[in-house]
Write a protein that binds this ligand. Structure first.
Ligand SMILES: CC(C)(COP(=O)(O)OP(=O)(O)OC[C@H]1O[C@@H](n2cnc3c(N)ncnc32)[C@H](O)[C@@H]1OP(=O)(O)O)[C@@H](O)C(=O)NCCC(=O)NCCS
Length: 165
């Protein structure tokens, strides 16, 4: 095996998930302000007040199981199980400076090994084909598409629904 191939280099990067703590919030807040990330996800960034208020609720909510993603000891993203419309869902977000390193794919696989609730649902903007690829690699199946109306959190967009059974 050639240790210098890109896939081997990716696997060699040390990735770890650990429970989210209040000390992680300033970094996660910065990640979610990035315009390109929001365009990809079809989201609107939260104000500082709304962001910290949402996380205060998350920490108290047993329906939420959140992890930060650490690369070589540095927080580079987040992944969580949360409830939406009465269903268990998963979502993830990687800092833009770390895109394309296989981090979301590996983090989702690691998360699914420890978070065993099924079925687990996921939604992605129809145009977010990068996220579709990540979900499908981890065994999620696309169940269809629907229109999502604009809310204070999302822009109007077509949504792809996924499930892992
Ligand atoms: C989507 C996101 C999580 C991807 O993170 P990442 O760590 O760069 O993703 P990975 O490197 O693990 O995997 C990307 C995969 O998509 C593929 N890909 C890249 N661009 C693509 C495209 N335009 N269409 C289809 N697949 C694409 C890559 O080739 C890779 O697949 P491979 O490993 O089989 O080669 C990241 O861009 C992000 O946080 N975006 C903003 C928030 C967001 O969209 N969250 C998801 C909401 S559903």
């Amino acid at each position: 095996m050639n240790p210098t191939t890109p896939s081997n280099r990716r696997d060699a990067l040390s990735l770890r998930l650990r429970p989210t703590s209040p000390a992680d919030l300033p970094a996660l807040f910065e990640f979610q302000t990035d315009p390109e990330s929001n365009q990809m996800a079809g989201t609107k960034p939260r104000s500082r007040e709304a962001f910290f208020a949402a996380w205060e609720k998350n920490f108290a909510d047993p329906g939420v199981n959140s992890r930060v993603i650490e690369l070589e000891g540095v927080v580079v993203g987040s992944i969580a199980r949360f409830q939406a419309e009465g269903r268990d869902c998963v979502g993830y977000w990687i800092a833009r400076t770390h895109w394309g390193k296989g981090i979301a794919s590996r983090a989702l696989a690691m998360f699914l090994a420890e978070e065993t609730r099924r079925p687990l649902h996921a939604t992605a903007a129809r145009t977010n084909t990068t996220s579709h690829r990540i979900l499908e690699k981890c065994g999620f199946r696309c169940t269809g598409f629907r229109m999502g109306e604009e809310t204070d959190r999302f822009v109007a967009r077509e949504i792809a629904d996924f499930v892992l059974e």
